[in-house]
Ligand binder design. Structure first.
Ligand SMILES: [Cu+2]
Length: 165
C-alpha cells in the first residue's frame, strides 16, 4: 500500500515536469500549449483500460486541432501521453527510476526538464472512472509519434497506440 501511494505521487511529479516544461516553452508559434476550446476542429474519444487503449490507431490530419477525451474504464490510474518513441522511452525510464528511488530528485528536476522541453510531449493523467481531456495541434510528423501510458509495466503490456494520416 505504501509503495502504491509513493509510486502515484512520484508519477504525478513526473507528469508535472512534462507539463512544466511544456508551459515553459516560448509562447510564439510554440507547440499548441495555448490552445483553447475555440480552436478545436474535432473531438476524438478513447477508452483507457487496464492495459490497453481503444482504439489502438487514430487517423489524423496534419494541422488540425484535436480534443482527446480519454475515459479510464479500468481500475488503475493511467496516463495518455503523446510523443516520439524515444521520448516515451525516456519518460518511462525516468518514472521507473523514480519509483525505484534511484534518482536524486533535485538534480533530476533540473537536468530532465530541459530534455522534456526538447521532446515536446503532451499528456494527461486519468484516475479510474474519470475522463481526461487534452487539446493537441497535430504536427506534420504525427505519424511518427505514439500515444502511450508510461506507468511502470503498462506500456510493456501493450498500452500504446499509433497515429496515421
Ligand atoms: Cu496505464
Amino acid at each position: 500500500m505504501r509503495y502504491t501511494l509513493l509510486t502515484t505521487s512520484l508519477f504525478a511529479l513526473s507528469l508535472s515536469l512534462i507539463t512544466g516544461a511544456a508551459l515553459a516553452a516560448p509562447g510564439h508559434g510554440g507547440g499548441g500549449n495555448n490552445l483553447t476550446e475555440a480552436d478545436v476542429d474535432r473531438t476524438i474519444s478513447l477508452e483507457a483500460g487496464d492495459m490497453w487503449f481503444d482504439p489502438e490507431e487514430l487517423e489524423l490530419a496534419a494541422g488540425e486541432v484535436v480534443r482527446f477525451e480519454i475515459t479510464n474504464t479500468g481500475n488503475l490510474e493511467h496516463e495518455f501521453v503523446i510523443g516520439s518513441k524515444e521520448a516515451q522511452e525516456e519518460h518511462r525510464q525516468m518514472m521507473l527510476d523514480m519509483a525505484n528511488g534511484d534518482h536524486d530528485m533535485s538534480n533530476m528536476a533540473h537536468g530532465e526538464s530541459h530534455d522534456m522541453a526538447n521532446m515536446s510531449m503532451a499528456g494527461v493523467t486519468i484516475a479510474p472512472g474519470e475522463t481526461g481531456t487534452l487539446l493537441w495541434s497535430v504536427p506534420d510528423n504525427a505519424n511518427q509519434l505514439e500515444y502511450a501510458c508510461n506507468i511502470p509495466g503498462h506500456y510493456e503490456s501493450g498500452m500504446y497506440g499509433n497515429f496515421s494520416f
